[in-house]
Design a protein around this ligand. Structure first.
Ligand code: BTN
Length: 432
């Protein structure tokens, strides 16, 4: 890359990221250089970039092969985070890379826990976040980003990497403008990082999960001294992968290499969703069309009073479920149940209990009648058990839902009247 730093900086729309750029044709590792600069006091947003790295570093002490034609850079950040939270920056960077590759080149991109970006199932970008801290204070984090851009895999990468890696050139059949990619990435990184600093991790994670093709799939996670197989249920607010192991145990995993155990697309269930994407799906589904309904839903979701699980096929949303925490006395805190409702639930649940109420389960017409509903209930029960809830209350009148509840051992406890419809009340205890 003929990196013309001045030219990049001239029309860079990012305010802080890239204000200071250090460039060299060859370095050992841009992250090592960035760490030296950070120790010397380089400000937040300083960037180090090189054409090639002699000793590029990957996660878990691995080598990162960095031939000419790739985009290799490291960003110095000085976030107000606790050391344990620094891992969140990997998701910030992963989201920024995924969005740029999609927006700039129209690629079908996936994020893979914890730090990879894939195209067509192969790794196109790796991210390495390294932190320096004193006690409970983070001094700096160096976020290293490596994008396999303009090189031919056969020529540039050793044989053992060719199966699992790809490059933009390989996927697009042409070279990309590296300067443009670098500039737009810096802008996006600053945008996502600013959002994270102002609004917290949740909105970043929600968006990152939109790309997370492994969620809801059977995966294998290999770490230094463990190999775990199970269903990838979620990535939680601490960045940990939540796995349901084959024996049913729920495990949070912090370190490891994840791979999908089965290729191919089936329907999968993903916890949480970016609201703008969800809104587009609701329009297609013809849901929440009455005046004010959508605003109401948005407010409740954003406040965390309602929660969302979406059903995805490929990356598209094809169904959804809404749930909230509840108990026998109140629908939710400050919203008491009427006496009849309270009695029905007390009888069914046996005394006062905290549970989750499954509020709405919806699937686009063309996916109905294919057995996905039962798959969802299986997922939902496991997920709620992993979160430690006592049980699930579900109100249903649709014949398919009644069949599923009976089949899965939900206890029926009579009827309640919800907005003019008599609904059966079902309960499944999750307590062992
Ligand atoms: C991984 O997937 O293992 C992380 C790879 C990170 C590679 C980048 S390239 C720029 C920066 N400098 C390094 O030495 N590593 C990171």
């Amino acid at each position: 890359m003929k990196t013309d730093v001045d030219r990049i900086q001239e029309d860079l729309r990012a305010k802080r990221f890239g204000k200071n750029i250090f460039f060299s044709r060859v370095v050992d590792s841009t992250s090592d250089w960035a760490k030296e600069l950070a120790t010397l006091g380089a400000p937040d947003g300083t960037v180090v970039i090189a054409e090639t790295q002699k000793v590029g570093r990957g996660r878990l002490g691995r080598e990162w092969v960095s031939p000419k034609g790739g985009l290799w850079f490291s960003l110095i950040l000085r976030p107000k985070l606790k050391p344990i939270e620094a891992v969140k920056l990997v998701f910030v960077a992963g989201l920024a890379v995924a969005e740029v590759l999609r927006e700039l080149y129209g690629l079908r991109v996936e994020t893979k826990w914890p730090n990879d970006v894939l195209v067509n199932g192969r790794k196109v970008c790796g991210i390495l976040a390294e932190m320096n801290s004193t006690g409970e204070n983070v001094n700096y984090v160096v976020v290293g980003v490596g994008v396999n851009a303009n090189f031919d895999l056969e020529k540039a990468l050793p044989e053992e990497l060719r199966e699992s890696a790809t490059s933009l050139e390989c996927e697009l059949g042409r070279k990309v403008d590296l300067e443009e990619l670098f500039k737009i990435l810096l802008e996006k990184l600053e945008y996502v990082y600013t959002k994270f600093s102002k609004e917290g991790f949740d909105p970043v994670l929600e968006k990152w999960k939109v790309y997370a093709g492994f969620l809801g799939r059977q995966v294998e996670v290999v770490s230094e001294n463990d190999r775990l197989c199970g269903l990838a249920l979620d990535v939680d607010g601490g960045g940990a992968l939540v796995l349901r192991l084959e024996d049913g145990e729920i495990r949070r995993v912090f370190v490891g290499d994840l791979s999908m155990r089965m290729k191919g697309e089936s329907l999968r269930f993903v916890v949480g969703c970016d609201f703008d994407e969800f809104k587009r799906y609701l329009e297609r589904a013809g849901r929440y069309e009455k005046e004010g309904e959508l605003d109401w839903l948005e407010t409740f979701l954003r406040k965390g009073l309602l929660n969302l699980i979406v059903w995805r096929r490929n990356s598209e949303i094809v169904g959804h479920a809404i749930w909230h925490e509840s108990n026998t006395e109140e629908h939710r805190t400050g919203d008491p149940r009427d006496e009849e409702d309270r009695e029905t639930l007390r009888r069914l649940l046996g005394g006062r209990r905290d549970f989750v109420e499954l509020h709405e389960v919806w699937l686009l017409d063309e996916y109905r009648g294919k057995g996905y509903g039962e798959g969802f209930f299986e997922f939902f029960e496991e997920y709620m058990q992993s979160k430690g809830y006592d049980g699930i209350v579900f109100y249903a009148h649709h014949p398919a839902a009644l069949t599923i509840c009976h089949k899965r051992g939900y206890r029926e406890g009579g009827f309640v009247n919800i907005e003019g419809t008599a609904e059966h009340v079902f309960y499944l205890s999750l307590m062992k």
